[in-house]
Design a protein around this ligand. Sequence first.
Ligand code: DX5
Ligand code: ZN
Length: 221
Amino acid sequence: MQTKKNNVMVAPSILSADFGRMNEEVERMDKCGADVVHCDVMDGIFVPNITFGFKMIADIKKKTKLPLDVHLMIDCPERYVERFIDAGADWLTIHYEATDILIPTLEKIKKRGVKCGAVISPDTPVQVLRECFPICDIVLLMSVYPGFGGQKFIEKSLGRMSELKKLRVETGSGALLEVDGGITADNAEAIVRAGADVLVAGNTLFSAQDPAAVINGFHAL
Ligand code: DX5
Ligand code: ZN
């Protein structure tokens, strides 16, 4: 076991798991040292892909003690946050681009005792989060265009992460900074140096020969 220098948390994205063996896949990541389970919910409208909904979250919840980090890539998430909380979400993040009522929806999540977060896609300016930052427990920066696993990390995300870190100080927020998309053993160090507290990784972990070694490596950053 490596020492945790920056207390980096690792969140395997089950988008890259075998959906037919989800229980074993989650258990495998748990045994390999994952800190949270990242669950990508897609509606085919906000993003051009469809994954799963409440039932999958509820079923995973029954099988693991790890917190469930539910990333909603759905249009008007305010319609469904209550149901994802009822299903067992421990962290619930919603896209800035998907709703006209971001702050009230974050407050609604928080009131239920669940960690709330705002997400921005790669072309959305970081500064749009200024107002909601103090409410957020998590801010999630997409480092690929949302919709699919296995994409290449968008390099400008490093500068955007540094800007987010600065904005966190300016707004007096204690939010965790999470990065999602294209994270590998080669770029993780630079991402953590730029300010990431939570690394989401799908393809890198689920296709690894030895996912525990990759997770240990991330923890040692
Ligand atoms: C993309 C999802 C990510 C994705 C990350 O829309 O939000 O969580 O699964 O997968 P990798 O690590 O393969 O880029
Ligand atoms: Zn995600």
